[in-house]
Design a protein around this ligand. Structure first.
Ligand SMILES: Cc1cc2nc3c(=O)[nH]c(=O)nc-3n(C[C@H](O)[C@H](O)[C@H](O)COP(=O)(O)O)c2cc1C
Length: 353
């Protein structure tokens, strides 16, 4: 089974991808593979002031994530993707254009889901991007459709886009459905059938909506005749979802502590190597050697006062990891007051006791 970890802003950073891929490498089924994606990167920002956005592209050897990008202007998208290919192609599996994220503000400015309003224009952009002599291949991530009235046009858009893209990841909810339970199952079948009939293409369809276990992924792949499946939110609280492994409590605790350590060292690396640079950011700056990570984790072990900002940021992961533990609610208050690395580690260990 071909599995994908969905791109999620503020979530699928280098540390999260590393912990998820390490678990996968340990417990994977030999017939499976896992694709990772970066958070989306604003390519206008990348061209103007790369050190403001390039944190999303931090990675480690072997991860080879798919770099997800967004913007609405053709020239900017083309210039940025060419630059990424020329300078950083070794780091990524391929490049993906986001045309699916919802946001009321964004729906007025032209990128993400707003690109689905003017489908002709977006198709032209996709066609132009696919004409670049790619070292990296190119994919699209999108939504089912904007609303009921848009369904037929979206089907047509997907069929046409499949001619230019290697893969299309479809979040099977409309813009209106946001992240709810609903989805139109019939539409999923129709899209696949239509694309197959029209082009018999090489374009793979990646299905994505509320997959909540490994078995669920297997079932949805078969039921909807998908090529690949993508998991988003359920992988935040369960990074083992891409395997059938069932961990004991102490192992879960170990994962959380490791994720915290990786979050700290990835931020340390960014601060050391990238934050003050702009154009001279190299592949070496962006690819963090695993030995460097392990060495830093050891050095940090008994230190206090590390990366207070990262410690506060890590709460969003911790609260997801422990939400199924009834007594974690009582501990939440103590976690909220933690700004120090050693204190947070102690609180995590207490929750998992
Ligand atoms: C916190 C959060 C951030 C997200 N950020 C992105 C993003 O950067 N790019 C993108 O294409 N989709 C983004 N998405 C959408 C997810 O990739 C995915 O399509 C969606 O969560 C549906 O999958 P799920 O039902 O398994 O969660 C985000 C979703 C969430 C919950």
């Amino acid at each position: 089974m071909q599995l994908c970890f969905a791109p999620m802003d503020w979530i699928t950073n280098c540390a999260t991808r590393l912990i998820t891929s390490q678990i996968f490498e340990k417990y994977w089924k030999k017939s499976d593979s896992l694709n990772l994606r970066t958070e989306f990167m604003n390519v206008d920002g990348f061209l103007i002031n790369p050190n403001q956005v390039i944190k999303h592209a931090l990675t480690t050897p072997w991860q080879k994530p798919i770099l997800q990008i967004y913007w609405w202007k053709e020239e900017t998208l083309i210039e940025a993707t060419q630059k990424i290919q020329n300078e950083y192609s070794g780091l990524f599996s391929w490049i993906e254009l986001n045309t699916g994220c919802p946001s009321n503000t964004v729906m007025k400015v032209g990128w993400w889901s707003d690109m689905l309003k003017d489908k002709e224009k977006t198709l032209k952009i996709i066609q132009k991007l696919s004409n670049i002599p790619w070292q990296l291949s190119f994919s699209l991530k999108t939504r089912a459709w904007l609303n009921e009235n848009d369904k037929i046009q979206q089907m047509d858009f997907l069929v046409k886009a499949s001619k230019y893209c290697n893969k299309i990841s479809i979040h099977w909810r409309t813009l209106k459905q946001l992240y709810s339970w609903d989805s139109d199952r019939k539409f999923i079948h129709e899209v696949k059938d239509k694309i197959k009939k029209v082009w018999d293409p090489n374009c793979k369809i990646i299905g994505n909506w509320w997959i909540n276990s490994y078995i669920d992924a297997e079932n949805k792949l078969l039921e909807f005749n998908l090529d690949w499946v993508m998991v988003g939110q359920a992988a935040i609280w369960n990074p083992r979802i891409f395997t059938t492994h069932k961990p004991i409590l102490s192992e879960k605790c170990e994962t959380v502590l490791k994720h915290l350590d990786y979050s700290i060292v990835c931020d340390q690396r960014f601060n050391e190597k990238i934050v003050n640079k702009s154009w001279e950011i190299t592949v070496k700056d962006l690819e963090i050697p695993l030995e460097w990570i392990e060495k830093k984790v050891k050095e940090n072990k008994n230190k206090s006062g590390l990366q207070p900002h990262t410690i506060v940021e890590f709460r969003k992961f911790l609260f997801q990891y422990v939400k199924w533990i009834p007594w974690s609610k009582e501990r939440k208050q103590q976690v909220l007051s933690c700004k120090d690395y050693q204190d947070l580690k102690t609180q995590i260990e207490k929750i998992f006791k």
